[in-house]
Design a protein around this ligand. Structure first.
Ligand code: PBG
Length: 331
């Protein structure tokens, strides 16, 4: 069958020149869309490489502040803090709500020194539990929902009192968004925003992150399948999002990123509200490993993935390549 459109219609006409390609480009990326996840350790002037995440370092708070200034100067929208707790891991994760713990101290230092970059803290217990789960467990090892939510609320309040801009519950307990919102409001933190890890899947792509925060050893053979989403499911993610919207989330999040673009597009389409996506540690490690072998161009592939997230509907993107990308966008 011959097309009636061709040869009058030639799609390639608009693609021939850089000016017409640029004129009709449907999506764009700015540094303001980027959220930079960073691993924080105790001490002074300390950095530690994370072997499974080339280019990523754990840093002490003083170095974090210096790096945050650089990121802010490049226009990066936010920093997401992940504390690495070296001692004091306990079954009940008491350190998670210590007002003088590593996370709240990092928040105070950042808000004092670099006020123009947003600070996001993770609300979940896995850096603090001796068993590596995101919540409190019973005798059988099952993560208990309501008991965990009570601790998450205390943790979120600790972060809010330190002046954090967003709390980001990444634990996947039921009802935690509503409980955290109510507690924040009751304590006068009506402006503290909640970015909810609404559709967070039980994914093997978190492997390098667990090395970075040192929870993989503690977790051992246990999994997070009794609370994180089954990666075969999509409708269930929509229900999770709907509940978080109802409970007061300011932003939703889909995680991981690239293998879950369908979920991201669906969430954006159904909820018409700001959605973040997390390009997780394993995705970053894949790009870096291929680039180290000379098989992929890290810069080109990273920038492509970031635009793909925007095309699928992401407002914000958590990526370990945030500073790299922001720097390249300046060139
Ligand atoms: C823990 C948490 C995880 C990540 C962010 N917060 C890991 C997990 O759920 O086991 C993963 C991030 C990444 O892989 O980059 N609550």
């Amino acid at each position: 069958m011959t097309s009636k459109a061709y040869p009058s219609v030639r799609m390639r006409r608009m693609r021939r020149d850089a000016f017409s390609r640029a004129m009709v480009r449907e999506n764009s990326l700015s540094a303001a869309n980027l959220i930079w996840p960073v691993f924080v350790i105790e001490g002074e002037n300390r950095t530690q490489a994370v072997p499974s995440m080339p280019g990523v370092e754990r840093v002490s708070i003083d170095i974090l502040v210096t790096r945050a200034k650089e990121a802010a100067a490049l226009g990066v929208g936010a920093i997401a803090l992940f504390p690495v707790i070296e001692g004091s891991k306990t079954p009940l994760a008491e350190e998670a709500y210590n007002d003088n713990g590593l996370a709240p101290r990092a928040v105070r230092a950042l808000k004092a020194a670099v006020p123009d970059i947003a600070v996001i803290t993770d609300v979940a217990l896995d850096p603090y539990t001796s068993h590596g789960q995101d919540g409190l467990i019973d005798e059988s090892g099952y993560v208990m929902n309501d008991e965990t939510v009570a601790v998450l609320v205390k943790q979120a309040l600790t972060h809010a009192r330190a002046g954090v801009d967003f709390v980001a519950p990444s634990d996947m307990m039921d009802g935690r968004i509503g409980a955290i919102r109510a507690a924040l409001d009751a304590d006068g933190h009506i402006q503290t925003k909640i970015i909810s890890y609404s559709a967070k899947y039980a994914s093997a792509f978190y492997g390098p992150f667990r090395d970075a925060v040192g929870s993989s050893g503690n977790l051992g053979k246990s999994s997070k399948e009794t609370y994180q989403l089954d990666f075969a499911n999509s409708d269930e993610a929509m229900r999770e999002c709907a509940l978080d919207v109802e409970e007061g989330a300011d932003m939703l999040m889909v995680k991981p990123g690239l293998p879950y673009l369908d979920i991201l597009a669906r969430v954006r389409d159904e909820f018409k509200m700001p959605v973040a996506v997390y390009q997780v540690s394993g995705e970053y490690a894949m790009l870096k490993a291929a680039a180290a072998n000379g098989w992929l161009d890290y810069r080109k592939c990273l920038m492509e993935t970031l635009i793909c997230f925007r095309r699928a509907g992401a407002s914000a993107i958590l990526t370990y390549g945030a500073v790299d990308a922001a720097r390249w966008m300046r060139e």
